[in-house]
Write a protein that binds this ligand. Structure first.
Ligand code: ATP
Length: 307
């Protein structure tokens, strides 16, 4: 008899706005993020097992994804088991479409999907607020992968409030064939801020999302959003990977309203005015040998799907 299974789909994200505050006591930065979940999904299937194991496949380069206890999907499953007193395990199959170390929260989506899938498989029925608490323990972007849509994240990015948003935005994502480590990009930002402390305004310890961004999301207007998008991690990411400057220029020369490094990069997200323009941009960038995919946002967060 086949083992019982549950299939959950969870989205990757783009940070349409990301401001990093000054370093606070514990070495962390407070951030202000406007998240948008986009239609690039991780598919996670869990089935009953005596212990914990993970298998990873996907359309993106998965060579840097661990297939042992270091995989965040296993950490998520173990955390839920510990919280609920469940004594069995789970076999977890992760099908990745979100680029690895791409700044799009793929690992976070796997963690959120695994929590939801194991909760359903095991019948542990953890209340939603306690699930979000576990999500927060797994990483700052995990709660958003759970809720999806459009949201504002403050604190470490995990104190979420929904943002009013209408319409659908068309994105073209340029995927890199290398990754960028999030901590390294933050370190680069700190070094830059220290080196230029005389010439730049000190960062706000409690940053907020610009009202222009909130208005653009509320209006569902891609032109307004293009003008308002911002990412404090873009300059350090470009510093570490200068080739991304050329990618940004190429998109803007080929009709993108604006381009932005997503999170800590190296994925570059281009905003198009509509679906047709996104298709034209995709064709133009593919002709320049970039690996590009289209996506729309916002989309829902982690959800159980029927196979
Ligand atoms: P973020 O945007 O949330 O900072 P990211 O999208 O840049 O993250 P991820 O692909 O989520 O990066 O994962 C980054 C690191 O986590 C990699 O070094 C990878 O080895 C490790 N990792 C552990 N589990 C996973 C997983 N299920 N999928 C991807 N990476 C994983």
């Amino acid at each position: 008899m086949a083992a019982r299974g549950v299939h959950v789909r969870a989205p990757g994200k783009i940070n349409v706005f990301l401001k990093v505050g000054s370093v606070i006591d514990d070495g962390y930065h407070d951030v202000a993020i406007a998240y948008q979940a986009v239609s690039l999904y991780e598919e996670v299937r869990v089935s009953e097992a005596d212990d914990f194991s993970v298998e990873v496949t996907g359309t993106v380069d998965i060579s840097r994804v661990p297939v042992d206890g270091a995989n965040i999907a296993i950490t998520a499953a173990r955390l839920l088991a510990a919280k609920t007193g469940y004594t069995g395990g789970a076999h977890i199959q992760v099908e990745k479409r979100v680029p690895v170390t791409g700044g799009m929260g793929g690992g976070s989506a796997d963690a959120a999907a695994t929590l939801l899938a194991c909760d359903a498989l095991w019948g542990t029925e953890l209340p939603r607020d306690e699930m979000l608490e576990l999500a927060r323990k797994l990483g700052a972007d995990v709660p958003f992968a759970f809720t999806g849509g459009t949201a504002i994240g403050t604190g470490r990015g995990d104190e979420l409030s929904p943002a009013l948003a209408q319409g659908s935005f068309s994105w073209v994502l340029a995927l890199a064939d290398f990754g960028l480590s999030t901590p390294e990009v933050y370190r680069e930002l700190d070094v830059h801020r220290e080196r230029h402390a005389q010439d730049i305004y000190p960062a706000d310890p409690r940053p907020v999302v610009d009202t222009d961004v909130l208005q653009a999301l509320r209006a569902g207007d891609p032109h307004m959003l293009a003008a308002a998008m911002h990412n404090d991690l873009q300059a350090p990411a470009l510093h570490l990977e200068p080739s991304l400057t050329g990618v940004l220029e190429l998109g803007e020369q080929n009709g993108a309203l604006a381009g932005i490094v997503s999170g800590s990069g190296p994925t570059v997200a281009f905003l198009a005015s509509d679906a047709d323009s996104a298709l034209e941009l995709q064709v133009a960038l593919s002709a320049s040998r970039l690996n590009v995919v289209r996506a729309t946002g916002p989309v829902h967060g982690a959800r159980i799907v029927g196979d």
